[in-house]
Design a protein around this ligand. Sequence first.
Ligand code: CTP
Length: 478
Amino acid sequence: MQLNFTTRETELLHLVAQSAADLQIEAFAVGGFVRDKILNRDCKDIDIVCVGSGIDLAKRVADNYRQRYPNDEYPHVAYFKNFGTAQIRLHDIELEFVGARKESYRRESRKPIVEDGTLEDDQNRRDFTINALAIYLSKERFGEIIDSFNGLEDLKNGIIRTPLEPEITFDDDPLRMLRAVRFASQLNFRIEDKTYQAIEPLAGRLKIISQERITDELNKIILSAKPSVGFKLLFNTKLLHQFFPEMVKLHGVSLVDNYGHKDNFYHTLKVLDNLSENTGDLWLRWSAILHDIAKPATQRFEEGHGWTFHGHEVVGARWTPKIFTRLKLPLDEKMKFVQKMVALHLRPISLTKENITDSAIRRIIFDAGDDLESLLLLCDADITSKNEEKVKRYKENLKLVLQKIKEVEARDHIRNWQPPISGEIIMQTFNIKPSREVGIIKEAIKDAILDGVIPNDYDAAYNLMLEKGNELGLTMNN
Ligand code: CTP
């Protein structure tokens, strides 16, 4: 098989081969690099396994690199003695070195390695056959593929399979169950039956894995082209139940007098897939996952009305920081963005149900600010129904809202707008401290401008401030 190495990769791999020959040890490129090369996917890291000391090999590579490229800066070798691993970053490529070992391979493992092994030992303890391929890096056999577990066949057929009995491979590192789902979703592969069936009975073992590692895999699932593939697998294997109970609760339909509602789990996945066709933004995709997360907690059956989920967007927004905290997702502006999307996700669609006033449009522009386009993408993705007519009608209505937003924006410049009277001015004028009254007056000015009751200028806002202050019994500071 001919592998398409870039010129840079070829140079570096030859350098490693030369360095291994200098030390009289065998070296191989392994893992994700080999898999991605065969699949013609981009890859930035090259994992090298050698039968000997990975650290010594890395140092030799750095020396040889220096000789070959005297004008380039001396490569920095980061090494971790306890683990027998070393890394060299060479511009945009990272080389990772490790000595072949008898026990399970885990880059993130905190356990020091104990026993050296052969290449075969090393490949035996990897996660999947497609990740247990190796490329010879010796002068004589440079570039030849070693395929001990029919990984090439599995790559061709799109199969995720453990090299050993799945129970053994998963027991070595339970995160691999999640990785099986991640690769299935990311590469659009199928998890082979025996491997798949081993997951559910072992799903509880995910408990010993750090949340950071779990979330890392989860985010990769979310970023795959069709994330529902991964989420359905997570649900069916009960992996999802181990770390995301709120999402599991979306599943199922309650019935009262034979009245059901949408299954919110599958609806959420549909929204996520729809949205993923239009954005690769992880946080916007997270907004889709959380937009209806509080529906089960807010659902009521109202006689004559059917099922309602009043306030689910408010409760969902309230839950967002809690869920982010537990999943060890960032609590910065990314979380705030998701929270805002969850809170506002009903607004544009609800506009289409009434006569669309300029005032309502100004409010949504003001509230969404720079995230308005993202919100509209989410709303568009949220239109799901088996009834094609309905979908068409809703989408048309949303287009109308968009049209109207463009008109109002061009005219009123409300996005990221700040009302002309600040809290400071209010406090100075009435000689008061920060208080409820300041909030009331500010809100009244904002509402009056957004509703078009007064023009968007200082004098009009100032007069309204005086009027409101008077109503509240405040007196002016002389
Ligand atoms: N590996 C493993 N078990 C794990 C993690 C990794 O056996 N729990 C092995 C696999 O052979 C894998 C290699 O280590 O191919 C490198 O791991 P990593 O860089 O985490 O993943 P990649 O397979 O390279 O995939 P990606 O770059 O998409 O994360």
